[in-house]
Design a protein around this ligand. Structure first.
Ligand code: AHG
Ligand code: MN
Ligand code: MN
Length: 334
């Protein structure tokens, strides 16, 4: 084992700032703020089991505030952290109907970036002690600096993201992100509250084996997907593949990235656009997937090429290892 001191996320951000095309330090400060919010949310998520016990004693916390649902709490924590530090000009969240325009006190709309996020992904897993996550996506605004942001700043193609990533609150807490130059993963040492670079330049591994889909909806899947699932289960040429489905996109994606797999959330007759949200679930994961040598599509075009029409729009989502995506495409063609 090498005794070299691992790099911290803080050090990594500073080192990589210069390599970024617009290296004013603004994006670095923004990632730093996300890092901070992640640590606070991590602390809250870890206490989730205890909240029920405290809740039974009256439903109010120590400051006399009503207990909030964890996804609302995570939402407020991220918004507060980003707003207080005056480093973004706009925020959109799964938990907010409309985008938030931020007029920083000292710098009249002088910030460049907008952030979109899913504050707590897989939140139905909280009660059963299963990993959840936060997903974020960052763009440069397209409207003129010095003016309030508009919806157009948020409705950009995923291809225009300058950074994207997720935090997984799992057996360890990790922050995984890209600024378009590969994917790096950092693991939190909770004792000292520091993220360390544990997974530099993450790439999907050579031999993928996992498919992840909520097969309970099989009856409603498009024929192409039904056929593809049978293909995954055939006993020829390295198959059957292994089925794994957690029900938290972050956790399913993270496992598939490390072990090699594909994630599928198709459209159905009842939900013709599927379930997952393009802007703060699919786009960030698609950028990470492409940066790690994988691929993501809605079945017709690359996720990152979709021009969004609304903030909360959904899309069918197929994402993962290149080899498995190529196999899937053979079925989607017909
Ligand atoms: P969220 O908790 O942010 O609403 O997201 C839940 C999503 C996603 O994490 C997961 O992949 C998907 O819902 C699971 O859906 P099914 O229960 O339909 O499988
Ligand atoms: Mn989600
Ligand atoms: Mn959510």
């Amino acid at each position: 084992m090498s005794n070299k001191q691992p790099k911290t996320l803080g050090e990594f951000i500073i080192e990589n700032q210069a390599a970024f095309p617009y290296s004013s330090g603004e994006l670095s400060r923004l990632i730093n703020a996300i890092r901070l919010a992640a640590k606070v949310v991590n602390h809250e998520v870890n206490k989730a089991g205890l909240v029920d016990i405290i809740g039974q004693a009256g439903g109010v916390n120590i400051q006399g505030e009503e207990q909030q649902k964890l996804d609302v709490l995570a939402n407020n924590l991220f918004i507060q952290t980003l707003t207080n530090r005056e480093i973004v000009c706009g925020i959109a969240s799964e938990e907010e109907d409309h985008f938030i325009s931020i007029n920083s006190k000292n710098k009249d709309y002088q910030n460049n970036y907008v952030v979109l996020f899913d504050p707590l992904d897989g939140s139905s897993n909280i009660d059963v002690n299963v990993s959840v996550g936060t997903i974020f996506s960052i763009y440069r605004r397209i409207t003129p600096i010095g003016t309030p942001v508009t919806l157009a700043d948020f409705l950009q193609r995923g291809r225009a993201q300058v950074a994207a990533g997720y935090i997984i609150y799992g057996t360890s807490t990790m922050l995984v992100y890209t600024t378009g130059d590969g994917v790096n993963g950092f693991t939190l040492n909770p004792a000292i509250g520091t993220f360390y670079l544990s997974h530099p330049q993450m790439q999907f591994p050579k031999n993928p084996k996992i498919y992840s889909i909520n097969e309970g909806h099989y009856a409603y899947f498009p024929e192409a997907i039904k056929k593809y699932l049978k293909y995954c289960q055939d006993s020829v040429e390295g198959r059957p593949y292994t089925a794994r489905y957690i029900g938290s996109l972050v956790s399913d994606f993270h496992r598939n990235l490390i072990k090699g797999g594909i994630f599928l959330y198709p459209e159905t007759a009842q939900a013709p656009k599927g379930k997952l949200r393009l802007l703060y679930e699919c786009n960030p994961m698609a950028l990470l997937a492409e940066q790690a040598g994988g691929d993501a599509t809605n079945g017709k075009i690359a996720i990152l090429d979709i021009l969004p029409e609304t903030l909360h729009e959904r899309t069918p989502f197929y994402c993962g290892h290149k080899k498995m995506m190529t196999e899937l495409h053979r079925f989607l063609k017909f």
